[in-house]
Write a protein that binds this ligand. Sequence first.
Ligand SMILES: *Cc1c(COP(=O)(O)O)cnc(C)c1O
Length: 395
Amino acid sequence: MKNSDIFEKDREYIVHTYNRFPIALKSGHGAHAEDFEGKTYIDFSSGIGTNSLGFCNDAWTQAVVSQVKQLQHTSNLFYTLPNSLLAERLCKITGYSKVFFGNSGAEVNEGAIKLARKYGREARGEQCNRIITLEKSFHGRTITTLSATGQDIFHQSFFPFTEGFCYVPANNSRALYENVDDTVCAVMIELVQGESGVNVLEKEYVKQIEKVCREKNILLIVDEVQTGIGRTGTFLCSEQYGIYPNVITLAKGLGAGLPIGAVLMDKLTENVFQAGDHGSTFGGNPIACVGAVEVLKQVVNKDFLADVKFKSDFMHKKLSAMPNVTDVSGMGLMFGLSLKKKLRAGEVAKKCVEKGLLVLTAKEKLRIMPPLNITKEEIDAGLNILKACLSDILL
Ligand SMILES: *Cc1c(COP(=O)(O)O)cnc(C)c1O
């Protein structure tokens, strides 16, 4: 079978919602992947931050395969061991009180939004149902999480959208204060805005958001769907900001490639949802849960996280010195490269894939998110390809 056989089937039968790169991946291990024609690639994309342990990590594969053979799914009408084990691990690691499991970032953000509205209503009255989010944010693709997303480009074709969201510019405390009143039940933010260009929020600003929220009994929801699970060099990115949000959502890296998301709730919010308030048929599926337990086993380890930081510093230095790169933003193993005007990120990304390096884009930036356990050799190999692609000669 050739790559092009797959493109043809895809083109004929799959809705064209994605701008795919013209390769079909067949197998992978670590940060190496291979397509259907035997060509190999270094992976600086990790399935958009999901393959936290790379492709088919040995211990993760073993845990998942053994669960597949034992019990694949029960629905949430029954207790399962993997489900409760994962919840316990997540709470012990983060200090949060309770967890709700969903299957994706959008789904757990929906859960957090529902939770905030119920909290607002019960604690402060019926009028208290609005949520402030940031301009340039990204919170998902459902109608409500699109509403929460502060980008006009996502608000074009799907009216009517869910009401009750208001957007303020990031890193501007005054704009936040001006919009806070007794109708606001929550502020929802990403600490590093991934999809809109790997924009890191200022620490002082985030501290101020937390302070205002505490003073006014407004919930602080931090969407760590992309920044969580060690991606920024600490288990949660919130740790580096010195904040303790009421609610944190996790997804992408949690399952190492299996669909799972989690809403973490603190003492104030742990009892908001009661039986029947929320649910998910697949949420907290045993297979995804054993995969996630294995992720936590590997990631929540001082050496592992120190290594993420070390690799982050190393890559940041190398990326900053690349030809045609004007700025490198990001935290941990999450980078946004601004390029000289004459270069288009999409074109550079295409070139990289052609030359054997999987990369991403975020708006006008080139985006790089390798698996967290990428080796020094794999980093070097990837950086060499990137450097060649960024040189004028190749474009
Ligand atoms: C990817 C992402 C989402 C959406 O996650 P899905 O699993 O695609 O629904 C939400 N928030 C942030 C910050 C993300 O990066």
